[in-house]
Design a protein around this ligand. Sequence first.
Ligand SMILES: Cc1cc2nc3c(=O)[nH]c(=O)nc-3n(C[C@H](O)[C@H](O)[C@H](O)COP(=O)(O)OP(=O)(O)OC[C@H]3O[C@@H](n4cnc5c(N)ncnc54)[C@H](O)[C@@H]3O)c2cc1C
Length: 382
Amino acid sequence: MIDFSLTDEQKALKEMAKEFAEKEMRPNAAKYDRGEEFPYDIIQKAFEVGFMSSEIPEEYGGGGLSHVDTAILCEELAWGCAGMYTTIMANALAVTPIILFGTEEQKKKYLTPFTKEMKLASFCLTEREVGSDAGAVKTRAVKKGDEYIINGAKCFITNGGVADLYIVFASTEPEKRARGMSAFIVPRETEGLTIGKIEDKMGHRASNTAEIFFDDVKVPAENLLGKEGIGFIIAMKTFEGSRPPVGAGGVGVARAALEYAVDYSRTRQQFGKLIGMFQNLAFNVAQMATEIEAARFLVWNAAWMLDRGLPIGKSSAMAKMYGSDVAMKVTSQALEIFGGYGYMKDYPMEKLMRDAKLLQIYEGTNDIQRLIISREVIGRLK
Ligand SMILES: Cc1cc2nc3c(=O)[nH]c(=O)nc-3n(C[C@H](O)[C@H](O)[C@H](O)COP(=O)(O)OP(=O)(O)OC[C@H]3O[C@@H](n4cnc5c(N)ncnc54)[C@H](O)[C@@H]3O)c2cc1C
């Protein structure tokens, strides 16, 4: 009934991703983290091995990875560098609305270029005053003739300053709130689209996070995704698929932290003993290892359900929430195993802890995941 074994293709994918993470990401992670510099060279290499278009269906030239495949890939990439992982996965987040809701013409026109050369995309939902309450976006899209005119501003947009394509959520009927929201495909070169502040972040510093302004941005009506008023559904369906990969990222970050801590505990001596021989430390390691495995299985279960088209809201939220909470807890405890050295930038631990934090915040804070889960478990009380 249950089979946890990976197929030969999945084993090969995991191996390839691990090798990429080990050879390309890890050795450069500290450099890009310190400089908060965008790692074009590594992202170009990620494109060449197919990671930048891995979720695009094969018929448009992409990798056509399943959700379980994606979970396997994400764990390895986040193990290598969470900032670079976020850059790579932001592409998947942004193209998913086209994959799920695009017309055949939109898919051919906008997905195929991502499989031919290295291109970046952004998913533009959040605004300065609109975060968790995503249905309340203030960016407006007004139809005039056969085009829409978009005005407004988005913030905290991953890949925002470096993207070639933007998926923009804007209100076409503000009085209807979430039901009046629509989604548009906006190419970078569109007049009136400008980049604002590039954020100086605590973690994931290799990723680019920007503010985007839309000042009378005109897009043809054919750039509307689906139909008017389903923007909120498009965003939520996209998140249902993108949250397990965030959980998988958490598993990767936590695994990296635990591995470093275990290695350290095998060499560091205090009181004439290896610190790995102290029971409190060993028991903490046991707890961390258990929680990492539990998180991985929640992620794989959610991904498996997604691949079968099963109702996924609760399981997707659980995978994201638990995977990122485990990352936060494990990175903090693993850092403590390093004692004072864990706090120093010469060691990888403090970066892992900073990186873990974001996983609890983006793609819906973990409070919002708890809201989704509790509503399904308890039901909506009146
Ligand atoms: C580095 C980074 C990259 C990001 N990338 C993107 C991106 O590519 N595209 C994009 O659109 N957005 C992106 N975001 C935005 C991110 O998704 C939001 O920051 C997040 O959804 C929270 O919104 P907020 O920051 O406005 O917080 P708020 O919504 O103001 O929340 C503040 C606090 O209130 C809590 N809260 C809010 N509502 C409730 C509620 N109903 N019940 C209980 N608690 C609640 C929250 O959990 C949080 O603790 C990114 C954010 C960051 C930091």
